[in-house]
Design a protein around this ligand. Sequence first.
Ligand code: ZN
Length: 660
Amino acid sequence: MLRLATVLLLALPVPAGSALAVWMVPPVDSEAAQTWQGRVPAADSRGYDVLAYRLELDLAALPPQTPRLVATGRIHLRLLAAIPHVRLDLVNQFEISAVTCDGLAAAWTHAGDSLSVVLPVAAVAGAEHVVAIEYAGTPPRHGPYYAGLLLRTHGEMTPDDPTDDGPSVGNVSQPYSSHSWFPGKDHPADKARLEMTVTAPDTLTVVATGRLLGTADLPAERRRWDWATDYPVAPYLIGLAVSNYESWYESCGDEALEFHVFSEHREIAASVFAPTCAMLAWLQDRLGPYPFTGEKYAQAEFVWGGAIENQTITLMGQATLLLPERSARLVVIHELAHHWFGNSLTPSTWRDIWLNEGFARYCEALWLEHTEDRQSYFDYLALLRRPTLFVGDGLLGDPDPVLPNLLVYDKGAWVLHMLRHELGDAVFFAALRDYATAPELVRALTDRAAMTAVFSRHAGRDLAPFLAPWLDSDAVPALDIRQRRLGQGRHLVEIVQSQSGPFFPLTVPVRIFAGAQTVDLRLPMQERLAACEVATAAPIDSLRVDPDGWLLHRTAVAPAPALLAASPQPNPAEDAVHLAYWLAGADRVTAAVYDARGRLVLRRALGVQPATGSRDEGGEPLIWSWNGCSGDGRQVPAGVYWLELRTSRDRTARKVTLLR
Ligand SMILES: [Zn+2]
């Protein structure tokens, strides 16, 4: 799913220096969403497994009339235990007229959006039954997105738009709103097969999950559409779209593409959806075959401020379709990518929703890398990285299950980006594909352990410690870098993680600038301090942690060096020369002079000197002066000399030319 608030607007012309423009539709849904106090269905363990849904939906009245649904939901289930009654989810707004089990009248109670059906036969574990519920009413706006089955008209969200006012039906059932329009077990972990029969005015097109079995004309200018899927589908992904659509069809390799849009948006939609086949081909190349091969991939417009990846029929909100084209196309790739991450590999609880949204979001960045360039990929990820670095946004591994914020999208994508850096492209993309095609996961369920296992197998090590601090804490590493000269062009580069939160085992990229030379290092951190020796021809000018933007981290301002000396003044010198220096902390200082051949000319113990504060912060330096004499008081000849200062923690040397 992508709601408008989670879509990044990339194609707006932004004048240099101005803030990023923000484009919003009126927040028609937000007030209700924030006050939603609805019931979250209980966990999956209810003593039965749904094998198939057979839904017969009659759209008896559509806007502008008060919408009315007259329906029968048949639930084919297998008992996992000898339970005396089965508990289904269905909102109270519907009136139930009959409940049967295997054709026998069954007793039932309906309260608190929960329908309890007493089995009229002796319950036996393993036995299969078909429970049928006849119900009618107006599907309510439901759930945190104030959605469910939306029965609206084209222009409802854009009243100034001179559109036609034909009806538009489309559903957003994530996370727990499927029971606002059909009875069942409203839990992502219980996938089932589906048959859906929809009756509507014959001027409308009905598109649903799976493949179209056929249509039948009925009296009174009505038509029945029969859809079914052979692939299991989670209840929240059962999709339905109905409108007076303008439709077109394409074939894309072995797959069929369908497009159903409002005629007033035909041109825009054709342009936004143009790369769909290229996207499908690219995703298949990256992630393996389309998981719902042989059915179809449809995109249908509906009236909403977002998009939802209903299985084989993505619903594209009108407001999303009308975004700047580059942004709208990223929604297209996002929802298509969900057909691997979310629809095929479905998180068994919403706790793991980042496996769904984070992966789909990351595919947006990969698509930009594929179609534009590497810089677009990095720019996009930089855009996703909030200034807070997601600190305080909750836990990625256990987000708010009902109203997940951008954390699961953006930090989720960032975790994959960092994993790519950790593993390298070859291993990362092989693991990604294996994860998406793992036989035990495809068209089944996934969770954190399953994802970790696949990537760990490819990495050749357990990645749980790598993932844990990103998923189980909201901390980010604070990386301090420092370097120390070892002599003969060698330096010791050290990275320290100084955050108070957990330790992050990760590899830190470091770029060293030394004169004309640039050196790139990768420092794996197994503990909070990692060090590495590096040789450079020239002295190191500066160090950069993560120069390309691979890590979520804070870089502490490089701490002031323990000892820093300015250039000697004057230079060249005729007699006395002065060396200004700064000390980060009080320390014992020794000065020495060497000639050009490295022979000691003079050594002076200067005793313990006070801290000066750093040069950058305007600290007043200490001065050591050399009078051009050796230790025994004789003038030294003209030439090049090295002035060295040493403390217990550091050493520095400066060259001076002495004239006589
Ligand atoms: Zn999504």
